[in-house]
Design a protein around this ligand. Sequence first.
Ligand SMILES: [Zn+2]
Length: 104
Amino acid sequence: MSPRRNRQRGAQPADHPGPGRYGLEITEEWRGEDWVVRQIGSAGAVKHYRCPGCDQEIPPGVPHVVTWPRYGDVDDRRHWHRACWNARNRRSARLQRSRNAPRY
Ligand SMILES: [Zn+2]
């Protein structure tokens, strides 16, 4: 085995999606932007996160989704309950309003 051929497998912590293309990612549109949505399984949920949809904590071990704007900063990523993400158009009242929110 050549030590040079070390692929990046295992190089990233589970809770750091990064811009790379790995894991199960889909793109959904929300508020006029493309958002990358990545499913986090129970094994990948190792920390407490705060869901912006319901403002409740997501405890470790709970499968959820992490999202970030495709053309934005990965540091903007947020962890959501799956149900809250699916219902984001109804629930996203105050979060996200700061960045180029359309005014209808
Ligand atoms: Zn939630």
